[in-house]
Write a new protein. Structure first.
Lengths: 357, 283
C-alpha cells in the first residue's frame, strides 16, 4: 500500500511506464529469403518476384504460420492447409473440399506450388492475382467462413502474431495488406522443379523405354486416320512447356450443358464451360481430377481424352478436330501414365520449408 | 522495341464509371494544360517513331464483295466452299523493313509484333523509336519469328517481351519447332454435302516463315512519326491463290513437314496482307 502522501510520486513512474508501452517496438530489418528457383535450362519462363513484396525469411515464416493456422476459420477447425496437403502436392484427396462444419464445397482443391508463374487463380479464374485470392477462402462460407476483420482481430489479439508481423514488416501492425503479403511470400516460395522429368532435361538420368514412349505420345500431335503418320495424344497443346500448362482457360469436353466457368470473369458466351488449364506437374499426386473431381484416376483422364470428349460450342479447337477420338492402344495409355509419373517431384512433400511449422 | 498492344486493351476493358472518372480527370488535365500553354510552356513534342497499324477485315462476297471489319465468333462468314466462324486468331510479325528508292533495305530486326484478336481487332505497334527519313517504295513484314529467335531459349525473354512464354505459352511448341507463327481456330459448316465441325490451323516452324513485301508509290518520309497502314484480309486465308475446302481430314494442320494443307494456307496467308497507306505526322 502506498501512502497518499507519496502517491504523487507514482505519476512520473506510471507515465514513464505508459510511455514505454506506447513506444512502437523496433524490429531489425528482415533478412532476404533465398527462393528455391529452378535453374536456367529447365525452361521456366523468366519472371521477377513482386517488387513491392520482397521475399524475407520473416515474411515467408509468417505466411507459412498463417497457411497452417486453423484460427483463421470460423470454428477454428480448418486451415488453408486442410485442403492443401503436402503429401498430395498441396491438394486434398476429395472430390470437393470440405469447409467448416463439414460444409461441402463446389470445386476440387487446386495445387498451390509454382504460383509465381500463375496468372489468374481459381478454376474459373475469378481472382486476378494471389493477393486477391488468399483472402477469399478465409471468408467463403463454404470454406473457412470467417469475416476478414474477425480474422485480423484474432491475429491482433495474439502477441506472438504481433511479434511475427513486426519481424516481417517492421512494426506490429496487423492489417489486410500485410496478411496478404505474408501469405503471398510463402505461397510464391513453394516451387517444384525436381521431378524425374527435370533430371532428364538436365541430363542426370534417362527415361525408361515406357516413359520415353509416353513422352513422345504426349508431345506428338493428333493426325487423322489415313494420314500415313502416327497419331499422338496431343497433350502438349494445352500442357506443354516447363510449366505443363498453356496458362489459358479451356473447355476440355466434359459436358454438353456447359457450366459458367471463365465466363464469370469475361462475361463472354464464348468462355462458357472453360476452366483453368492446370499444370500437370505432380499430377500423379493430385487425384481426383478436373474442376469438379469427377475423374478418379489418371486412367480415367486418358480415357476421357481418348474417346470421351463431348462436343459443344466452346470446345477447345484441337479437341474439336479429333472427331474419332485419339485411338490410343492400351500400351499407349500405359506409357502415357508412365511419363506422367515422371512429373512427380517427391521433394515437394518432404521439403521442411513447406511443412507445418 | 517490343509492343503488344496490351495498354490499349486494358483501356478498352474499363467500365463506364471508370471512364466517366477518367473523362472528368481528362477534362481537368486538358484545362490545366491549356492554361499552362497560354503562359510560357512549349507545346509537347509529338510522339516520334515508326508505327505499324494493322486492321482485320473479311470480304463477305461472293467476290468482289466488300470487306467488313472482322468480328470473332460471328456465324457464318462465307468462303467459296464452306461457311466459317472464327473463334481464335493469334500471330507474330517480325522482319520489318522499308525499301529505299535505290532498292536497299532499312531493316528493323529487333521489333516483334504480337496480335491476339480475342484481345483487340485493331493494332498499332511501334516498330522503331526513330522514324526513318528518305524516299521509300515498299514496306516488308514477315509472318513468324526468324530462325535465330525461334530457336533461342524462350524462357529467357523478360515478361515485357511478346516472346515471353508468360504472354503466349499457347504460342510455343516446346521440344518441337519453336513458336507457332500464326494460329487460326474456329468452326465450319457446309450444306452440300452436309458437313460441320471445328478447324485448327497452326503454322509454325522455319519452313513457314513468310516475308511479305507491300509496295507503294515513292514516298518521302521526314523523321517525325510515320505509320504504315496494313490490312489483313482474313478470307484470303481460305480463298487466296489456293481455295481451301475444310473437311474432316483437312480441318487441322500443325505444319508438319510435307503437310500440303499448311503449304497451301501459308501461301494464302502471305497474300492476305494489303497495303492501305502511310500517315505522316509533319514536324
Amino acid at each position: 500500500m502506498v501512502s497518499p502522501r507519496f502517491s504523487w510520486m507514482l505519476f512520473p513512474v506510471l507515465l514513464l511506464m505508459g510511455c514505454e508501452s506506447d513506444q512502437p517496438k523496433v524490429f531489425p530489418a528482415p533478412t532476404a529469403f533465398p527462393v528455391d528457383m529452378p535453374p536456367p535450362g529447365l525452361g521456366f519462363p523468366s519472371l521477377p518476384w513482386p517488387s513491392d513484396n520482397p521475399a524475407t525469411v520473416e515474411g515467408v515464416a509468417l505466411g507459412r504460420q498463417l497457411f497452417y493456422d486453423k484460427a483463421l476459420s470460423l470454428d477454428r477447425t480448418v486451415a488453408c492447409a486442410s485442403c492443401h496437403l503436402p503429401n498430395h502436392a498441396f491438394t486434398d484427396t476429395l472430390v470437393y473440399s470440405r469447409g467448416v462444419n463439414g460444409t461441402l464445397g463446389t470445386r476440387n482443391a487446386m495445387p498451390v506450388f509454382n504460383l509465381l508463374w500463375a496468372n489468374r487463380l481459381f478454376w474459373d479464374g475469378r481472382s486476378p492475382n494471389l493477393r486477391d485470392q488468399v483472402v477469399q477462402p478465409v471468408q467463403d462460407p463454404l470454406e473457412m467462413h470467417l469475416p476478414l476483420e474477425e480474422a485480423l482481430s484474432r491475429l491482433r489479439g495474439d502477441a506472438s502474431y504481433r511479434e511475427r508481423f513486426g519481424r516481417a514488416f517492421g512494426d506490429e501492425t496487423v492489417n489486410v495488406e500485410r496478411f496478404q503479403k505474408a501469405l503471398e511470400q510463402f505461397l510464391l516460395s513453394m516451387t517444384s522443379w525436381r521431378s524425374k522429368f527435370d533430371k532428364v532435361r538436365m541430363g542426370q538420368v534417362t527415361f525408361s523405354p515406357a516413359e520415353q514412349r509416353g513422352f513422345d505420345l504426349f508431345m506428338r500431335e493428333y493426325t487423322a486416320p489415313g494420314s500415313g503418320r502416327p497419331t499422338g495424344a496431343d497433350c502438349f497443346h494445352c500442357h506443354g512447356g516447363a510449366l505443363f500448362t498453356n496458362r489459358l482457360f479451356e473447355n476440355n469436353g466434359l459436358d454438353s450443358v456447359l457450366q459458367t466457368g471463365y465466363q464469370v470473369v469475361t462475361g463472354l458466351a464464348g468462355d462458357r464451360g472453360k476452366f483453368k488449364v492446370p499444370s500437370l506437374r505432380n499430377v500423379g499426386l493430385t487425384a481426383p481430377y478436373m474442376h469438379d473431381g469427377r475423374l478418379a484416376t489418371l486412367e480415367e483422364v486418358i480415357d476421357h481424352y481418348d474417346h470421351g470428349v463431348v462436343q459443344s460450342s466452346t470446345l477447345n479447337a484441337n479437341l474439336r478436330v479429333q472427331t474419332g477420338g485419339l485411338r490410343l492402344s492400351a500400351q499407349d495409355k500405359a506409357d502415357l501414365i508412365s511419363f506422367l509419373h515422371t512429373l512427380t517431384d517427391s521433394t515437394l512433400a518432404s521439403n521442411p520449408a513447406y511443412a507445418e511449422p | 522495341m517490343f509492343f503488344n498492344g496490351m495498354a490499349t486493351f486494358n483501356l478498352l476493358a474499363m467500365n463506364s464509371l471508370a471512364m466517366n472518372k477518367i473523362q472528368s480527370l481528362g477534362l481537368g488535365i486538358f484545362l490545366f494544360l491549356m492554361l499552362g500553354c497560354q503562359s510560357n510552356s512549349p507545346e509537347p513534342p509529338a510522339t516520334t517513331g515508326l508505327f505499324l497499324q494493322l486492321g482485320h477485315v473479311y470480304e463477305m462476297g461472293p467476290p468482289p464483295g466488300a470487306a467488313v471489319p472482322l468480328v470473332l465468333n460471328q456465324s457464318w462468314l462465307p468462303t467459296t466452299l464452306n461457311q466459317i466462324e472464327i473463334n481464335h486468331c493469334q500471330y507474330y510479325l517480325t522482319g520489318f523493313a522499308l525499301q529505299r528508292s535505290d532498292s536497299s533495305w532499312l531493316e528493323f530486326p529487333d521489333a516483334v509484333a504480337y496480335a491476339d484478336l480475342e484481345r483487340q481487332l485493331q493494332y498499332s505497334w511501334k516498330i522503331s523509336d526513330t522514324a526513318p527519313s528518305g524516299t521509300f517504295i515498299a514496306f516488308r513484314l514477315a509472318v513468324g519469328i526468324d530462325s535465330l529467335r525461334n530457336h533461342s531459349d524462350p524462357a529467357l525473354w523478360p515478361v515485357s517481351n511478346p516472346l515471353s512464354l508468360l504472354n503466349s505459352a499457347h504460342m510455343h511448341w516446346n521440344w518441337n519447332t519453336g513458336y507457332i507463327f500464326f494460329k487460326l481456330e474456329g468452326q465450319y459448316q457446309r450444306t452440300d454435302p452436309p458437313l460441320n465441325g471445328g478447324f485448327s490451323y497452326h503454322l509454325g516452324g522455319d519452313t513457314y516463315y513468310r516475308p511479305v513485301t507491300l509496295r507503294f508509290p515513292p514516298t518521302t518520309l521526314n523523321k517525325v512519326a510515320e505509320t504504315m497502314m496494313v490490312e489483313l484480309r482474313m478470307r484470303q486465308f481460305f480463298d487466296g491463290g489456293h481455295t481451301h475446302w475444310i473437311t474432316d481430314s483437312s480441318s487441322f494442320s500443325h505444319a508438319s513437314l510435307g503437310d500440303r494443307v499448311a503449304e497451301k494456307l501459308a501461301s494464302n496467308l502471305a497474300g492476305a496482307f494489303a497495303w492501305k497507306g502511310i500517315i505522316i505526322n509533319n514536324p
